[in-house]
Ligand binder design. Sequence first.
Ligand code: DGL
Length: 282
Amino acid sequence: MNDAPIGIFDSGVGGLTVARAIQDQLPNESVLYVGDTAHSPYGPKPIADVRRFSLEVLDDLIAQGVKMIVIACNTASSAMLRDARERYSVPVIEVIQPAVRTAVTTTRNHKIGVIGTEGTVNSRAYQDAFAAAPDLEIVTQACPRFVEFVEAGVTTGEEVMAVAHEYLQPLKEAGVDTLVLGCTHYPFLKGVISYVMGPNVTLVSSDTETANDVYRTLVSRGIERSAATPPEHVYEATGDSREDFLDLAHRLIGREISTVNLVQTGAIDLASLQAALREGES
Ligand code: DGL
């Protein structure tokens, strides 16, 4: 069980920002990553659909024997975190609480902005998560096109800059000094967002702090990977254009992503994936 991979999931490439932080902080752990590209983007979809799609992917990860689940998607977490925690016996880690914790300790003027998908913003999941910290002003803003840009591999340029100005202006006017990137795709746009918000606004993303939560949970449950052999990382997408997903993933996170011939989610067989991966490496 300890040698089993950590299952990480997002609608697309956004969760790779979290996977990367986990791999950086826990280089001995194996990762099985799934991007639900067949149903991406989640942001504009009804919450019931996001819940159903997410649970299907998570059921699959569980069937493949992952020892922990990381819901590396704010929209999915807003829609089904409680269900996932009830449904599975393995620990379920998510990204909203870690971002909120970091933002609370970062802000100086107690005005915090949160940007996310329509699903996340409409769910008020962040307002709920901030409710325990008194005297904060929380300003939220949906930025639906940001996910489109990242999924198209566009992280800079005039169009994304113009859209960023439009989305972020209300947050600048509100005088927030801390901005939570409440969507795991957004760290890929950090350059643009930081440029528009200016140097006095601190951007908070959940990746590093989520990786801390993963480590704390592995240690407290005694399920760290002990094997001295190198870990194995597998990346999967549920949609048809799997090669495009792997190319984009490689480009965005700047490290080699194994391109093995994988089967669709619904029938992922971890043992054969790992065998294929080993074959590809030899
Ligand atoms: N990366 C996901 C999140 O953190 C959402 C992207 C989407 O709209 O599918 O919310």
